[in-house]
Design a protein around this ligand. Structure first.
Ligand code: RIB
Length: 315
C-alpha cells in the first residue's frame, strides 16, 4: 500500500485573462471551488493510477470546507486517516488561472499545520510514503525518518520549496521537484544536470513543464519528452505526476515506464479545470499513451541538450 501524508485544501478558483501583477486588479470570470491541496491531489492521483491501494494521512478543520475534499477522496477510493482540528479551519487556496493556463496560488494552511509527528499510523504493509511541504517540516522529517527505519521507500515532492535539513535529505529515496525548486535546493545557477548532481538523494526527478522530465538515478540520466496537449489549467499537474509516478514505482515498473505514465497523467490533468477534478483515471492514461508515438531520437537529444547532458550520457 502507498501512504500519502500531506495537505488538504479547498481551492477557490477564478479564471482571468492574466494573473495580476503586484498592485494590479484584474476582472476575472466565473468563480468555482474545487477539492485540492498537494497532499490530497497526490493521493487521488495515486489511487486513480490504479494497482496498489492508497491511504492518505491529513488534517482538516471541523467545518464545511472539509466536506467536498472528503467526498473527492472517497470517490477516488482513497482510505483516509483524518486528524480533525477543532480550532483551525480546513486549509484553503486562492488560485487565479490565466487564459494561457498558468496559475498563481496563495495557500492559507489552517488545519494542515496541525499534522504532527505523533499522528503517523503504523507503517506495516506500506511500501511507499509520499509527502510534500504544505505540512510542518518537522512532521515531514519525523515521518521520513520513521519510514526509512522501517524500510519504506520515501518519496518527497519538495513543494512549496524550502531549505531541507540534512537529516531529512538522508531519509529520502526519491525527490521530485520542478525546475525552480531544483535550483533552490541545489543552490546552483547552472544546468539541470549540474543541479541534479548536487543533490544528495539517490534518485531525483525534475519536471520540466511542456518540455517533459529528467531523472538522475545514482549516476545515470533518463530524459522523457512531454506529450503534446492544449493546456487549460496546469493546477495539480505536478501533483498528478507525483501520485502517478509513485503508483507506477509501487507496481514494480521501471523508472522509464513510471516517467511515461506520470508524464501522460500530468499532461491530461492540464486539459481540465481544477485540481482533483482534472486528474485522469488509469484507463484514460493508458488510452492516451497508446496513441502517442515513441519519442524520436531528435526529441530525446533536444531535451538532453536543454538539461545540459552531453550526447551519450543519457537515455
Ligand atoms: O499543486 C496544486 C495545489 O496547490 C492546489 O490544489 C492548492 O490547494 C495548493 O495546495
Amino acid at each position: 500500500m502507498i501512504l500519502v501524508a500531506g495537505s488538504s485544501n479547498l481551492d477557490f478558483v477564478v479564471q482571468a485573462h492574466h494573473i495580476p501583477a503586484p498592485g494590479e486588479t484584474v476582472l476575472g470570470r466565473d468563480f468555482k471551488t474545487f477539492p485540492g491541496g498537494k497532499g490530497a491531489n497526490q493521493a487521488v492521483a495515486s489511487a486513480r493510477a490504479g494497482g496498489v491501494a492508497t491511504s492518505f494521512l491529513t488534517a482538516m478543520g471541523n467545518d464545511t470546507f472539509a466536506d467536498p475534499i472528503e467526498t473527492s477522496l472517497h470517490e477516488a477510493s482513497v482510505l483516509t486517516h483524518i486528524v480533525r482540528s477543532e480550532d483551525q479551519p480546513t486549509g484553503t487556496a486562492f488560485i487565479c488561472v490565466s487564459d494561457d493556463a498558468e496559475n498563481a496560488i496563495t495557500v492559507a494552511p489552517g488545519a494542515n499545520l496541525a499534522l504532527q509527528a505523533e499522528h503517523l499510523p503504523n507503517l506495516q504493509g506500506i511500501s511507499h510514503l509520499l509527502m510534500q511541504l504544505e505540512i510542518p517540516l518537522a512532521t515531514v522529517a519525523a515521518y521520513a525518518g520513521a519510514a526509512r527505519q522501517q524500510g519504506v521507500c520515501v518519496v518527497l515532492n519538495a513543494a512549496p520549496v524550502q531549505e531541507l535539513p540534512a537529516a531529512l535529505l538522508e531519509s529520502i529515496d526519491v525527490l521530485v521537484v520542478n525546475e525552480g525548486e531544483l535550483a533552490t535546493l541545489s543552490r546552483h545557477n547552472g544546468t539541470v544536470a549540474e543541479c541534479l548532481e548536487r543533490i544528495a538523494v539517490p534518485t531525483v526527478v525534475v519536471t520540466l513543464g511542456h518540455r517533459g522530465s529528467c531523472a538522475r538515478l545514482n549516476g545515470t540520466f533518463l530524459v522523457q519528452p512531454a506529450y503534446p496537449i492544449t493546456p487549460i489549467d496546469t493546477t495539480a499537474a505536478g501533483d498528478t505526476f507525483c501520485g502517478s509516478l509513485v503508483a507506477a514505482l509501487s507496481l514494480g515498473l521501471t523508472m522509464r515506464q513510471a516517467l511515461q505514465s506520470a508524464g501522460a497523467a500530468g499532461a491530461l490533468a492540464c486539459t481540465r479545470l481544477g485540481a482533483q477534478s482534472s486528474i485522469p483515471k488509469m484507463a484514460e492514461v493508458a488510452d492516451f499513451l497508446a496513441r502517442q508515438p515513441a519519442a524520436s531520437a531528435d526529441a530525446l537529444d533536444t531535451l538532453g541538450a536543454y538539461c545540459g547532458l552531453p550526447a551519450g550520457t543519457y537515455s
